[in-house]
Design a protein around this ligand. Sequence first.
Ligand code: MG
Length: 195
Amino acid sequence: MLYIFDFDYTLFDTAVFKQDYFKQFEDLAYDPNNLRLEHFKENVIHYNIKEHLDLLGDNLKDHNKSVETLNVFLSDLKRYLFPGAEEVLMKLKNEGHKLILMSLGNLEFQKSKILGSGIEKFFEQIIITPGSKALLLEKINIGEEQVIIVNDNAQESLEMMKLIDNAKLFLIESRYSQNDEGIETHDLQELLSFK
Ligand SMILES: [Mg+2]
């Protein structure tokens, strides 16, 4: 089988990560309640470290030290993986399934999060896009394989399903999983028994 995984809120507890990431600025910025800081908290999908630090400007105590502190924070993010995420990925890979990771957001920041969480080794292909995932599906060689989409975002998943003939959806419970189609939501750990 071919599994197309999403990253944020599917494998990775992005809500807790976001809180902890922006907490770093309590030490790095003079005024952590600055509006420009708030702007980035709200617009985190296309978050870009450089752009953020540039915008904070004089509010940062030390630009270079901020870069270093954020890089250290991003270098180990294993604790933000959902319980069982690594085991699920390892088992599927060991069973011979093909795993692909598709993630939406800023290329550099998403890459840091994925590498920091240490799961890149499980995937044959990692695709990061700032735009629509559906548009990138043609980059994946699907062939005749049965596809399972593992994603928390109901709307995004439904768009992807329309473009793949042989796809099933394993929808992860999150703030984005609500849908009018009656698709039930799951815990990641139930994936191993999903056929
Ligand atoms: Mg997601």
